[in-house]
Write a new protein. Structure first.
Length: 230
């Protein structure tokens, strides 16, 4: 390591000599400036020699650690620069691996089939997350009593006047209008929906009152692709 230090010192001396040979190199320096410069160079050599002598056994490890931190800093910088592209890639990977996860790209939404064979879609109703089962046979979006309570609907004034068919048989539901309903980047307003009576429905249904507003709805193998209008 000391050889490296002396090599660097030689390079520094050569640079100083080249500067001195210029017309205006050191012409403006006084004798006191020369003495100060010489002392600083000598101090640099002495301190550098002592540091390398004390830490030469750990110098390689220190350089390795510094390089690791440089690589980490570069990866963080690259990740921040391409954060939006990486977010899209991670969403699509999760959509492939995690049933119900919504991978959104603009007005397109991709959902993977659940283990039960259907599609569970994570919707946002009035900014509250609601898990819904895709049901093209349901003429309307149908909410469980618990989901309706979670999104803040006035349950105390609902009137259950609409007959519906559920897995438990015939039941009654209350008509409501959802101010805002979103699945990924697909956002709809004033969506007609029904609220099931307590205990009559275990999972909210993503029915045709929302699906009819889509540009297209396609199933490819184990993937559901929904496209909304721009």
């Amino acid at each position: 390591m000391q050889r490296i230090l002396w090599l660097l010192l030689g390079v520094l001396a050569a640079v100083l000599l080249m500067i001195a040979q210029e017309d205006n190199g050191f012409a403006s320096l006084s004798e006191a400036d020369y003495a100060s410069l010489a002392v600083k160079i000598l101090l640099l050599v002495v301190v550098g020699s002592v540091v390398l002598s004390l830490f030469r056994e750990r110098f390689g490890a220190a350089v390795q650690s510094a390089l690791i931190w440089v690589v980490i800093a570069l990866l963080l910088a690259v990740g921040y620069t391409y954060r939006f592209e990486l977010q899209e890639v991670s969403d699509r990977v999760l959509a492939e691996l995690v049933p119900g996860h919504v991978a959104a790209r603009g007005h397109e939404v991709l959902v993977a089939r659940s283990s039960g064979g259907g599609f569970t879609v994570a919707a946002q109703i009035n900014d509250v997350r609601v898990a819904m089962a895709l049901d093209t046979g349901a003429s309307s979006v149908v909410l469980t009593h618990e989901a309706a309570k979670a999104i803040g609907l006035p349950l105390e004034v609902l009137t259950y006047t609409v007959n519906v068919e559920t897995a438990n048989g015939r039941a009654r539901a209350a008509p409501v209008t959802l101010d805002r309903m979103a699945v990924g980047g697909i956002v709809e307003h004033a969506v007609p929906a029904l609220v099931a009576q307590p205990g009559q429905l275990h999972t909210s249904l993503l029915g045709m009152s929302f699906l009819n507003r889509l540009e297209s709805l396609e199933v490819h193998g184990d993937q559901l692709l929904m496209r909304g209008y721009p």
